[in-house]
Design a protein around this ligand. Structure first.
Ligand code: GUN
Length: 177
């Protein structure tokens, strides 16, 4: 998904359902179908309300759907990143915390953390990178390994809501947030 230009909230409220879906397709990683659900909740009074509608759409899904949404996220500094196969959103988020330019020692430690996390939870480690630093992303991976699977699913969904909110704000022109 390439980055789209922001539009005004009044434009967004007036778009066809198809155009709305296209505009917000990248808000939830590899999961454009949620934008179709959110389109039905228009009109929105603010960009924050659009972001809340995305959170409601996945919060009200089944546990299976929630796990599928978490699994749609690539590993941070993982194989897809090294191969240049990330969505533009994920690539710029990862770059914002320097995850695209780790030292060899940092890569090694992060790969070990990702592997331990997958082993324990069967999920990728998801964190809102833009609200964190490289140090807090590493620290969060170590800390969250102590969570129960239930706590961890909730933590991942919370982070996905934060990621989605920032992506929504990027897609709506400033003064109507
Ligand atoms: N946090 C922000 N973007 C991403 C992503 O693409 N993958 C993971 N795992 N976490 C993220």
């Amino acid at each position: 998904m390439t980055a789209r230009s922001p539009r005004t909230l009044s434009d967004i409220n007036a778009l066809s359902a198809e155009a709305f879906e296209l505009h917000f397709a990248g808000v939830l990683e590899h999961s454009p179908r949620y934008a179709r659900v959110v389109a039905q909740a228009r009109p929105f009074a603010s960009a924050e309300a659009v972001a809340r509608a995305f959170a409601t759409a996945f919060d009200t899904g089944s546990q299976e759907e929630q796990v599928a949404l978490i699994r749609a996220h690539p590993d941070l500094a993982g194989k897809a990143a090294l191969a240049g196969e990330l969505t533009s959103e994920s690539a710029s988020e990862q770059a914002s915390a320097g995850l695209d330019r780790l030292t060899p020692a940092e890569y090694e430690e992060f790969h070990a953390l990702n592997a331990a996390y997958h082993e324990r939870f069967g999920l990728p480690y998801v964190v809102c990178v833009r609200e964190n630093t490289k140090a807090s992303i590493f620290e969060g991976a170590r800390r969250r390994l102590a969570n129960t699977p239930e706590q961890e699913r909730a933590a991942a969904l919370h982070e996905i809501g934060r990621i989605a909110r920032l992506r929504v704000l990027d897609l709506i022109q400033g003064d109507e947030r």
